[in-house]
Design a protein around this ligand. Structure first.
Ligand SMILES: NC(=O)C1=CN([C@@H]2O[C@H](COP(=O)(O)OP(=O)(O)OC[C@H]3O[C@@H](n4cnc5c(N)ncnc54)[C@H](OP(=O)(O)O)[C@@H]3O)[C@@H](O)[C@H]2O)C=CC1
Ligand SMILES: O=C1O[C@H](COP(=O)(O)O)[C@@H](O)[C@H](O)[C@H]1O
Length: 511
């Protein structure tokens, strides 16, 4: 058996399908009553328990400002979240097992005594649940609270592995900073309190199976590599469209906007995975090395006025329902200029990608929820057909559908049956749901498990985060003080975004 770089050479490759079980440990969730925790984290913990992927001696420890004197109300709260949000069926047997390892500590982030109680509770879990000093701290809290919670952990020694006698890790939610400078400050604080190897900056898009499939598609096949470059690729479009509005997250969203919320992280990560070179092996360091090279090579258009478009939704119709405009949403100031849509043309200054535009767009209240990467290939250099109009012919396209309808589509020209030599585009489809019996796990299941296992491969590092802000900061500076273009809820964004592509002789794909 050939040795694999970075892994155990004696390991049978088939063993990779066997589940890995983390050490006995506690997952401490700050902000456990918040939106993310209710909808994603608690259900993901339940799903992991249901799949038998949590170790004996696992504890879920919630920290929040609720007047819950003992564990019971939190256990009830967590049960509701699991029943509502879990992907796998709700089973009393799984729940009973999990419920016996659910704990709660009430407190506010500025309350020293609460953090002291948290530290004591963790120490006590050694005797009651045998967690061996292992704990991961998940900061599912407003980004403005990251520093105070990190400082509390430093003060109480919660991050101190030697004192704990086990591992200590921290998971920091996005957005990581507000710009490059604040990201740098946060990076130095978090790396100082925990040590760089114990910091897991989460970007849940990397936990999606369909995003990881980019590695397989690109590096497990010979088919695509020879054409994955500027000689054959005309352009790349990365779309993350949402039909939802801002929901109950007005305070967070109005301070953040679409570019900081998802362009800086999810979309730039998708760009990096699409464009990066093959890593020498599959590990955190090697993958990060390739991603950072791409992020460093990203260039912004000189003409931001034409190639960086942002918008804000106005009232409109979605799936037959009338929906309010952004300025009419609860708790949004009527004069807000925060964008809910952003589109930009980026370049990648490398030999492989020189001259290939990467168009990125994201928006709320667009017609449907869809995330995809569409790679458009150049037209064949010669078309031997007697057709009057060949402009639309033979633009092959490979579309990686991240969600929904997870899969890959290959578009190519085919002869239309009949006596004439008429060619029309057809599509060849691969659907995860049809090809595999295994269902797709939620991103947070995979990422929480990886944190407990100490596997940082799917987590961006500090350099990636800072480099991403290097790309976003000039956009934010350019947009500051300018009003976003309005667009109707239920439309595909402001007309200025269509004009941006039309200027280049292209148009957005309608997914
Ligand atoms: N929601 C989502 O879909 C996503 C969120 N994220 C990120 O996850 C993080 C959490 O987001 P989200 O859950 O939406 O935010 P929420 O505002 O819904 O929740 C924040 C949580 O933090 C608690 N909290 C706030 N201030 C304090 C304080 N001073 N002391 C103690 N607890 C406090 C809140 O408690 P209380 O209820 O008492 O106010 C609540 O439990 C953010 O960084 C966000 O950017 C990332 C991706 C998606
Ligand atoms: O990070 C975020 O992602 C969600 C969308 O996530 P998805 O997995 O459902 O595509 C987005 O709604 C939110 O604004 C953003 O913070």
């Amino acid at each position: 058996m050939a040795p694999t770089a970075g892994g155990n050479p004696l390991r049978d490759p088939r063993d990779r399908r066997l589940p890995r079980l983390p050490d006995a440990s506690a997952l401490v969730v700050f902000g456990v009553t918040g939106d993310l925790s209710r909808k994603k984290l608690i259900p993901a913990v339940y799903d992991l328990a249901n799949r038998g992927l949590l170790p004996p001696g696992f504890v879920l420890l919630g920290f929040a400002r609720r007047d819950w004197r003992d564990d019971e109300p939190f256990i009830e709260f967590a049960r509701e979240c699991a029943e509502k949000g879990a992907r796998t069926p709700f089973r009393e047997e799984t729940w009973d097992r999990l419920a016996s390892s659910i704990k709660f500590v009430p407190g506010s982030f500025d309350d020293d005594a609460a953090f002291d109680r948290l530290a004591q509770t963790l120490t006590g879990l050694e005797a009651s649940h045998g967690i061996r000093g292992n704990a991961a701290f998940y900061l599912s809290i407003p980004p403005s609270a990251f520093p105070v919670v990190l400082k509390q952990m430093e003060r109480t020694g919660l991050a101190d592995e030697q004192a704990a006698g086990g591992w200590r890790r921290v998971v920091v939610e996005k957005p990581f900073g507000h710009d490059q400078e604040s990201a740098r400050e946060l990076n130095s604080l978090v790396d100082e309190v925990f040590g760089p190897a114990d910091v897991f900056r989460i970007d849940h898009y990397l936990g999606k199976e369909t995003v990881q499939n980019l590695f397989a598609l690109r590096f497990a096949n010979t088919l695509f590599e020879p054409i994955w470059n500027s000689q054959f690729v005309d352009s790349v479009q990365i779309t993350m469209a949402e039909d939802v509005g801002i929901g109950t997250r007005a305070g967070f969203y109005d301070e953040t906007g679409a570019a900081r919320d998802v362009l800086q992280n999810h979309l730039l990560q998708l760009l990096a995975l699409t464009a990066m070179e093959e890593p020498v092996s599959f590990g955190a360091a090697t993958i990060r090395t390739e991603k950072i090279k791409i992020l460093r090579a990203v260039s912004l258009p000189t003409d931001l006025d034409r190639y960086a478009i942002r918008g804000q939704y106005e009232q409109g119709w979605l799936a037959g329902d009338r929906v309010t405009g952004y300025l009419g949403e609860e708790n949004i100031p009527p004069s807000s200029t925060t964008e809910t849509y952003a589109a930009v043309r980026l370049g990648i200054e490398t030999r492989r990608w020189a001259g290939v535009p990467f168009y990125l767009r994201t928006g709320k209240r667009l017609p449907r929820r869809v995330t995809e990467i569409a790679i458009s290939f150049k037209q064949a250099p010669h078309l031997p057909f007697d057709a009057t109009d060949t402009t639309d012919l033979g633009h092959n396209q490979l579309v990686v559908r991240v969600q929904p309808d997870e899969g890959v589509t290959l578009k190519f020209g085919s002869k239309v049956p009949g006596t004439a030599m008429e060619v029309r585009d057809v599509a060849m489809e691969f659907l995860f749901g049809e090809a595999f019996t295994e269902s797709l796990p939620e991103a947070y299941e995979r990422l929480i498990l990886d944190v407990l296992l100490g596997d940082a491969m799917l987590f961006p590092d500090n350099a990636e985060v800072e480099e991403s802000w290097r790309i976003i900061d000039p956009l934010e500076e350019f947009w500051a003080g300018r009003k976003p273009y309005p667009y109707r809820a239920g439309s595909w964004g402001p007309p200025a975004a269509d004009e941006m592509l039309a200027r280049d002789g292209r148009r957005w794909r309608r997914p």
